[in-house]
Design a binder for this molecule. Structure first.
Ligand SMILES: [Zn+2]
Length: 442
């Protein structure tokens, strides 16, 4: 990891890079690098049955893909396609490039929205995962002096293991928070003077709630940075502010997917837009209505990973809605950025009284109201229209009527819609460690 010290006025501000030379390449040279790596990948995956067939359907040979532009000839890859392939060709499907004896690591997706997808890695592709996390840690300024605490359960979910293994790429020590309850995790963070917390945004807020209850002052802990994965949130201004206020730390967003890789990371410039890792992936953003690529602006993110020949994805539709910009970042990286992180899922947008809403936007609004603790959102049909019912717990003893008015007014002001609000008894709503499921459809 390199450290450069650019001058900003009279202040010398250290910024950290994982690979400064690559991260600051001009965009023409960056595209050349991507094309070189793509050609190497295509040469390596020549025997991959899944992509051979995909190319055959498109009327081309895999070896004809020589550049990012050539990828356009190929149909998108979707998650349901990968899941169906594994169901039809058990147990691991046809996306594996090498004989099974070459693989070392098994993980699977959480399966919260359907059948879990199994993802296998070789020693080389696991090294690639770790390297991608190196960018995430370096972007947040994590280095050899840091002790990272990963507050995850450590099941077969990939990102937990990639986060813990990747810390070595910036020289940091890493502590697993598996097999502990929230109080034990807090105590471990305090006792060992951990400086970096890695968990979902939801769980960071939950830990803060537990700390309050048991009388631990988090602002006096050694945590200076938190890195958040698993769900959008750390780029939502009010969620970010709530986490930073509770922990007295700087909050960094990160995005990734088991089937594609750890593809985005935040930087110390804290611009409100996070970097796409263009050293390790080729990205496209496609217009949601027309499925055509857009140069800048909003659309669904499509990913080709360049370092996971063992189980690659070419033109993978992530379902993540992003807002792309290639404007230079104050940190000096030339990698493109997405404003506000992942804005939502292309398939979870809800339409309430004619207003398009993403759960992340609702989450951000509710986190701006300090009187509300945990909450859930019920989407129900009333006279043929979607209607929102917010059930929430109060964190103080003020009359609920005041909370109800505050939530109703906030929704009217922000989204110009009327909603219903109900009180939930303190502690009655579920708490989430990973991937919060606060939205329910009746
Ligand atoms: Zn930056």
């Amino acid at each position: 990891m390199a450290i450069c010290r650019p001058r900003c006025g009279n202040e010398v501000r250290p910024l950290h890079f994982y690979d400064q030379q690559i991260e600051t390449l001009d965009r023409v040279r960056l595209r050349e690098l991507q094309n070189e790596r793509l050609r190497a990948l295509i040469g390596e995956i020549d025997s991959n049955q899944f992509y051979q067939e995909k190319c055959a359907t498109a009327g081309i040979a895999l070896s004809e893909i020589r550049s990012a532009e050539d990828l356009q000839a190929l149909a998108f890859t979707t998650k349901s396609e990968l899941v169906e392939d594994q169901a039809a060709n058990p147990p691991f499907g046809r996306t594996l490039t090498y004989p099974i004896s070459t693989y070392r690591y098994f993980h699977q997706t959480s399966g919260t929205t359907g059948r879990p997808l199994k993802c296998l890695d070789t020693a080389a592709s696991w090294e690639w995962w770790e390297r991608c996390w190196g960018y995430v840690y370096a972007g947040a300024g994590v280095g050899a002096d840091d002790i990272v605490f990963c507050a995850f359960s450590f099941g077969p979910y990939l990102s937990h293991w990639a986060a813990i293994c990747g810390a070595r790429h910036v020289g940091a020590m890493c502590i697993s928070g598996g097999g502990m309850n929230s109080e034990q995790r807090l105590q471990t963070i305090i006792d060992n003077r951990c400086t970096v917390l890695v968990c979902t945004p939801t769980y960071a807020l939950h830990l803060a709630e537990v700390a309050r209850r048991v009388g631990i002052d988090l602002a006096s802990s050694a945590i200076t940075r938190s890195i958040h994965a698993g769900e959008p949130g750390a780029s939502l201004p009010n969620v970010k502010r709530a986490i930073e206020h509770a922990w007295g730390a700087t909050c960094f967003d990160h995005a990734g997917a088991t089937e594609a890789g750890a593809w985005a990371f935040d930087c110390e410039a804290q611009s409100g837009a996070i970097h796409l890792n263009e050293a390790e992936f080729i990205f496209e953003v496609i217009d949601l209505a027309k499925s055509e690529p857009v140069e800048e602006g909003r659309g669904e993110l499509v990913i080709t990973n360049l370092g996971r020949a063992a189980m690659p994805v070419l033109r993978y539709r992530t379902g993540d809605v992003v807002d792309l910009t290639t404007e230079p970042c104050a940190c000096g990286r030339s990698f493109a950025r997405i404003r506000g992180g992942v804005l939502g899922r292309s398939d979870d947008m809800i339409i309430v009284r004619g207003v398009n809403l993403y759960p992340s936007a609702i989450d951000d609004l509710i986190r701006s109201l300090p009187e509300i603790g945990e909450y859930e959102v019920i989407i129900r049909r009333v006279e043929g229209l979607d209607d929102l019912l917010i059930r929430c717990e109060s964190v103080d003893a003020s009359p609920f009527e005041r909370t109800r008015l505050s939530v109703e007014n906030a929704f009217r002001r922000q989204f110009n819609i009327r909603i219903s609000v109900e009180q939930a008894a303190a502690g009655s709503l579920p708490r989430y460690e990973f991937k919060a499921r606060r939205f329910k459809r009746l």
